[in-house]
Write a protein that binds this ligand. Structure first.
Ligand code: SAM
Length: 265
């Protein structure tokens, strides 16, 4: 039976690879690397560096494939079908890679940015490949250090406050409003700096922002949202212009009116 490891590799710092991830790398013959285009070439390079650091040369193969483009213009009711079409196109690519590049008893791996459980489609796509039934395999998942863990660690803060919930969401969702009953909100996949909408509401909100976490280009900014938002927007625009791409994540923390419940814990 073919075997696939889905390996979380951390959010940018090669030192974030866990011992379990290194074991899984060493058990792998073929690594499937999906290239998302020019701007993400840095991320492909980082994956290659990770392999070069942990594995002796000549003991493994890498196979690169082009990740299908997603229709990023789809909005509203068209959004979910567009994501569904993209997943199916990815399933076709995964199927070809697994069937074409792995022997009947071969072991392959997908290296997943951060942790595979968080805003990543690899597990869903592998399930779709299995459902299609054209190629059979077993797979396991190695957890990784997510950008959310990295963000909290670099700002030396917890994500929740005493006995309170925390919500992880997207920029798209945040645009619909801050969630009810949740004062700590982690936002990922935000191309539009949605935090700006909450800078002038008069609410006491702090932001903990991080870009390129774990890489030599890492940028951290934190402070009261009303004062800090313009600075983040400027720094973000400059960094994006300079590198050609950006990945950023942030925590919005609403200060409770009852200060008794404040402080991480
Ligand atoms: C498709 S999601 C993948 C998340 C990933 N599975 C994880 O566990 O972090 C991509 C989003 O993760 C966040 N992200 C990933 N790596 C990051 C990094 N090094 N620095 C800042 N944000 C990062 C950004 O919000 C980016 O838009």
């Amino acid at each position: 039976m073919r075997k696939i490891h889905v390996i979380g590799i951390g959010a940018g710092d090669p030192d974030q690879l866990t011992l379990q991830a290194v074991k899984a790398l060493r058990d792998t013959e073929v690594f499937f690397i999906l290239d998302k285009g020019e701007v993400k070439a840095d991320l492909v390079r980082l994956r290659r560096d990770i392999l070069g650091t942990h594995l002796p040369q000549g003991t493994y193969r890498t196979v690169e494939a082009r990740d299908p483009e997603r229709d990023r213009t789809a909005e509203g009711a068209g959004y979910s079908p567009a994501v569904g079409d993209w997943r199916s196109a990815r399933a076709g690519v995964f199927e070809r890679l697994i069937a074409g590049e792995l022997g009947e008893d071969g072991t392959g791996a997908f290296l997943v940015w951060g942790d595979p459980s968080l805003y990543d489609s690899t597990l869903g796509v592998l399930e779709e490949v299995l459902e299609r039934g054209a190629v059979a395999f077993e797979y396991d998942v190695v957890p990784g250090i997510s950008s959310v863990s990295s963000l909290a660690a670099r700002h030396r803060t917890g994500l929740n406050r005493v006995a309170r919930p925390v919500q992880i969401t997207t920029g798209r969702r945040l645009a619909e409003g801050l969630p009810e009953g949740v004062d700590d909100v982690v936002v990922m996949l935000d191309a539009h700096q949605t935090f700006q909408r909450y800078a002038d509401t008069g609410e006491d909100i702090d932001i903990y922002w991080g870009a390129y976490l774990g890489t030599p280009d890492e940028i951290l900014v934190s402070g009261p949202l009303a004062e800090t938002a313009p600075h983040i927007i400027e720094v973000r625009a400059q960094a994006r212009e300079h590198k050609g791409w950006i990945m950023d994540t942030y925590l919005l923390r609403r200060r409770p009116r009852d200060e008794g419940a404040s402080g991480p814990g």
